[in-house]
Design a protein around this ligand. Sequence first.
Ligand code: NAD
Ligand code: AHE
Ligand code: ZN
Length: 381
Amino acid sequence: TTGKPIKCKAMVARGPKQPLTEEEITVDAPKAGEVRVKVIANALCHTDIYTLDGYDPEGLFPCILGHEAGCVVESVGPGVLSVQPGDHVIPCYTPQCSQTSCIFCMSPKTNLCPEIRSTQGQGVMPDGTVRLHDKDGKDIFHFMGCSTMSEYTVLAEISCAKISKEMALSKACLFGCGVSTGLGAVWNTCKVEADSTVAVFGLGAVGLAVIQGAKMAGASKIIAVDLNPDKFEMAKKLGATDCVNSSPDKIDKPIQKVIAGDMTPWGVDYSFDCTGNVKVMRAALECAHRGWGESCVIGVAASGHEIATRPFQLVTGRVWKGTAFGGFKSRRDVPQLVERHLKGELPIDHFITHSFEGVNKTNDAIHALHSGDCLRAVVRY
Ligand code: NAD
Ligand code: AHE
Ligand code: ZN
């Protein structure tokens, strides 16, 4: 361990709806239980933009965003034994402390380890201070325990999933959020069985990963819904059997009635919201099968937005649930996803539609994600 601060380039979010500013920052040495990493590649997730746009009730400025990354360990703080310099790691915004005293880590029912959740939400490391400072020495907040839009950053040890060095970090970064989340929502949160019927709302990387996971689980009908018909080609490639443009001028009744009524007699066994729009969440719940249909909220809704439906929808057997990181226990499961990719069982290259070189290209990547033809824009540092 070097123990010295590192000066490097980072993209700082100074305020809501402002472009990120390229700055030279100082990244402190890792303290006890912390790991300093060199970020090799960072992919943009819609959640970064949502926070940058000021919709996240936990959003703090100035901060360094980014939570879908591939990194190499640069140095470790006192007491860190599970990773060492040179290891390849994926930062995981849902950590896994694995302590026997953690009832969440010990339960097979959840991945939501709360060990560092409160400080993570306050934009600080577990000891309550930050490792990131601007050129005047002022504090910069961390984000989701990751802050990967920087050439170097500091993570909690329990947020580091150590992965095989065989997978390029510029691809492995995708397992840090959206792709894993979509797959896990199907496999872990809903446990979709063979021959099930599925509806997916929103065909970004998350929704397309749901389709891919559902196809792998043997779903017999996969209905893909988006307002942007350009998304349908990839949806079909990954396994969608039907695509519906849900723009009001394209359908003559609410989308839930198109799905439950026209396309299936009673609705689908499983539905997934991958939009973050609370009206879509309602439609997804209401197109679920009478008696047993389950609807999973994956999308993140803006501050102040709430979901609604007639309770009758639940009385008549529909189940409303949600997922964070697809229910994957991060440090245990992310390395396994990488292994499955390396064995050829889990192709993910199709998610990378845009690539950039240099941390300072992150604003271009944000622009790309807004363009409508982007699934994941990966920025290599
Ligand atoms: P994205 O912006 O790439 O994709 C969203 C898609 O939804 C787009 O194709 C868009 O055209 C479509 N869409 C928007 N409004 C719609 C509507 N009214 N009806 C139908 N389709 C509509 O985003 P992404 O990166 O794929 O993320 C999707 C959502 O999942 C975001 O809300 C993100 O914050 C959230 N997310 C949640 C988790 C989690 O753990 N729960 C993890 C990752 C992302
Ligand atoms: N901070 C927001 C909620 C944001 C949110 O729900 N985040 C998702 C992950 S999005 C990844 O792209 C999540 O997993 N949340 C669980 C958690 O512990 O944050 C708010 O509303 O305050
Ligand atoms: Zn994300």
